[in-house]
Design a binder for this molecule. Sequence first.
Ligand SMILES: Cc1ncc(COP(=O)(O)O)c(C=O)c1O
Length: 376
Amino acid sequence: MDDKGLIRSAVNWCTNDYLALGSLPELVNELACKSRLTGISSGGTRNISGTTIYHKELENALAYLHGKEAALLFNGAYQANVTTLQTLGRHLPGLVILSDASNHASIIEGIRTSGAEKKVFAHNDVQQLEELLKALPEGTPRLIVFESVYSMSGTVAPIKEILALAKKYHALTYIDEVHAVGLYGIRGAGKLEELGLSGEVDIINGTLSKAIGIFGGYITATHTLIDFIRSFGSGFIFTTSLPPAICHAATRSIEWIRLHPDYRACFFRKVQCLREALTKRNIYYSGRDSHITRIPIQGAKRCKKIAEALLLEYGIYLQPINYPTVAKGDECLRVIVTPKHSKEHIEHLADSLQNLLYERTEDHRAGIQTLAFADR
Ligand SMILES: Cc1ncc(COP(=O)(O)O)c(C=O)c1O
């Protein structure tokens, strides 16, 4: 709605519904039909009437997807991260948690409330991680926590190297695959599947709310680890479970993704197409290792002004990413293209960005990025 109260439409360029499955008619139908049958609430916690065949079916599908023995559902990956890390830290005496500096707020919160000792290594810095591991007294229980795809930078973890260190220094491993599940790997299980390393990680965290397009979160691991979190994790025990119809739709979505690799191929072609359009216009971006295209825009005010102009002048919705989501100085526009964006949408976005990011000067014609909307 604009300042005159008029409703105007805009194209969304910052969704995490990466494959646009949240509006896929087949899945919307699955949810609607199952809701009619089961209602729209689970009506209880998992232990008191909130477990149905749909919860069990989804947990089995998730365990199978990740090649693990078992899975445990949560109402979001945030809750899964907080509860799991908190429970591990509280119940494993002397545990030291080694955490990547760019880890998500839910990981930071889980570690903070676990009471475990925390050691932070610089983002993706395996050398520093090794130094920290080496310095721990022998016999110290240790857990390395990291993400596969980092949502704000688009960077990908050196997973192989981190897992090799975990083996060498006898550390447990915990990976957040929230931004990779549904997209990478032959069946859409994530980066670990793509690398053939699912069996090497102790606990995998994922979401049902991004590429899978539904709602909820989970962890997968061995039966023992899952039973442990199920028995002690207060964020699992003391909350109403996911609606059965949501579980059913998520199971169907996982299956749909597995059966439609061509659709994901189309998604990655769109990412490529977007990047070509930006490159053609000399618009710098980073995050080339993943599907996340990050256009750095220094200065929070400038970032906000550009986003406002995109919305009001061009009908483009791109939320500015400022502190505290990213560190000061790392402000950016985080561009997400989905299979629903057409070639025309992409060209329109690239043209609009070009108009706003560059002043129409000789510098621009010479390919030098002269920036409009500077913080003054
Ligand atoms: C890396 C990471 N982990 C966990 C979460 C939380 O996921 P959910 O929305 O399923 O709670 C997010 C959400 O954006 C995230 O970016």
